[in-house]
Design a binder for this molecule. Structure first.
Ligand code: 3PG
Length: 213
């Protein structure tokens, strides 16, 4: 799928779960739990050794899931993510090299940008969606709305401190393309195989997102 279509899918689902897979056997059940909760999007983070393997396995065994790679810090991780089949790339910060490679390959890329300078760097490369991380520490929705008043053609994916209590205040704003976070599938719940709980949390998150819109 081209980068534009992936970003449209992210907007449609309204949430990008940030997933940490410690044990490769948890990847597919986690993906299925998210899907059963109505979330067909997941960002598997390069924070653990099995991230690339998890991306490839979910792609193969859960074809309805759109799988991206998160916490992509450099070109080496980017190559491994692309090779594994990642359909979108998320970074905590802005790497020109990572962004340019993704643009060349028509892979959706969402770099973390919280300052006007970082947002301008992303915009200058043609991006109109950036991650805003860690959202809670960088001023939350108040900061995003202020930035959005200046960068009117940019949309934001806030992550970091987003939860069921504050999700509505993000989701109700037009400048928010979707919210991201680990709250629907925490590392602990994945490790403990609480897949029913993950499914229920996805349903609650989606309900809140769509009633806020
Ligand atoms: C991210 O990578 O976006 C964050 O780790 C997610 O933050 P959260 O765990 O507070 O949701």
């Amino acid at each position: 799928m081209d980068s534009h279509s992936i970003l449209k899918r992210i907007e449609n689902v309204g949430i990008v779960p940030v997933i940490v897979i410690d044990n490769i056997d948890d990847a597919v059940p986690c993906a299925k739990a998210l899907l059963s909760g109505g979330v067909d999007m997941m960002e598997i983070t390069f924070r653990t050794a099995c991230a690339a393997e998890a991306i490839a396995k979910v792609k193969k065994e859960v074809p309805d899931m759109i799988v991206g790679a998160g916490t992509v810090l450099d070109s080496d991780q980017l190559s491994r993510a692309i090779e594994a089949g990642a359909e979108f790339i998320v970074s905590p910060g802005f790497s020109e090299e990572v962004v340019k490679t993704c643009i060349d390959k028509n892979i959706a890329v969402v770099p973390g940008c919280v300052t006007p300078t970082e947002i301008m760097a992303a915009r200058n490369l043609g991006l109109n969606v950036v991650k805003f991380f860690p959202a809670d520490l960088f001023g939350g929705i108040k900061a995003i709305k202020t930035l959005s008043g200046v960068f009117r053609d940019m949309r934001f994916l806030p992550t970091g401190g987003v939860n069921l209590d504050n999700i509505s205040e993000f989701a109700s704003e037009k400048c928010i393309v979707a919210v991201g976070g680990s709250f629907v599938a925490t590392g602990k719940d994945i490790r403990e195989n609480n897949f029913e709980k993950i499914m229920e949390l996805c349903k609650s998150a989606k309900e809140k997102i769509f009633s806020a819109k």
